[in-house]
Design a protein around this ligand. Structure first.
Ligand code: IPE
Ligand code: IPE
Ligand code: MG
Length: 249
């Protein structure tokens, strides 16, 4: 990963910039198949897109980027592919965390990561601890994550905390695994499918969606710029009318 941040001042920052972008990185397998390569080659190539997105978001001043790396349903894939993805996660953490740290990125992971084994858990905790005080972009990797799992673990944590009285949105929201971040402003899914695949179900309630046929390894700076430009054209009404929004300007 090349260092980033130096060109921050040359890029426009407007209120149309999403604070939080959540991405389903899909299409690695098809990218590889088109080239007659094994699926693993697609996953490896996808790392280039991760770097481009982290760099592009950090430079623009986006505060949070959340990447869906492995869903709770992805265990249904062949064991060899699951094993490859686990090793790739591990080696990527080893290789990239120092650079993230140098660039003031705070690293977080969400999901039931224990399932990947002690080595992965140890590396995640080390990366989180190293970068905890960083004040730039927060990069969250969702691994063995499911939106339903998240809501259920929040309910369970609330129950165990001895919470009294009715459960409201604030009480439940405080126990969700991304309670440290605002809800995503922009959701991006590459790879042409128009579904959520059990990603951040609760948190996407009012998020703007951007679906693109671009396969994840091909998602570059220009594709990121297009997604953000699409976001900037939206009118976020949150239940109000367009006229109400214009009056409050
Ligand atoms: C996304 O690409 C990566 C993961 C889900 C881990 P896919 O592996 O789903 O690629 P396609 O959808 O088969 O092309
Ligand atoms: C969603 O992609 C999960 C990740 C990108 C990690 P999938 O490729 O697994 O989604 P489905 O199975 O097509 O819905
Ligand atoms: Mg897929």
């Amino acid at each position: 990963m090349t260092d980033f941040g130096s060109s921050t001042k040359t890029l426009p920052q407007t209120s149309d910039l999403p604070r939080h972008i959540a991405i389903i990185m899909d299409g690695n397998g098809r990218w590889a198949r088109k080239r007659l390569l094994p699926r693993a080659a697609g996953h490896k190539a996808g790392l280039g897109a991760v770097r481009a997105v982290v760099k592009g978001c950090a430079e623009r001043g986006v505060r949070f980027v959340t990447l869906f790396a492995f869903s709770s349903e992805n265990w249904r894939r062949p064991a060899a592919e699951v094993g490859f993805l686990t090793r790739l996660f591990l080696s990527t953490l080893d290789r990239e965390v120092d650079r993230l740290h140098r660039n003031n990125v705070r690293f977080r992971a969400i999901g039931a990561v224990e399932a990947f084994g002690d080595a992965v858990v140890a590396r995640i905790h080390a990366a989180e601890a190293l970068t905890a005080g960083n004040t730039g972009l927060t990069l969250t990797i969702a691994a063995n994550y499911g939106g339903r799992w998240d809501i259920l673990q929040a309910v369970e944590r609330l129950r165990r905390s001895g919470h009294q009285g009715p459960i409201d949105e604030a009480a439940l929201g405080a126990q969700l695994s991304m309670a440290y971040a605002p809800e995503p402003d922009l959701f991006v899914r590459t790879g042409g499918e128009a579904r959520i695949s059990n990603f951040l179900l609760w948190q996407l309630a009012y998020t703007e969606f951007h679906f693109t046929d671009t396969l994840w390894p091909d998602f570059d700076e220009a594709a990121l710029a297009e997604a953000i430009a699409s976001y900037a054209r939206r009118e976020r009404r949150f239940g109000r009318t367009s006229e109400q929004l214009q009056q409050s300007d």
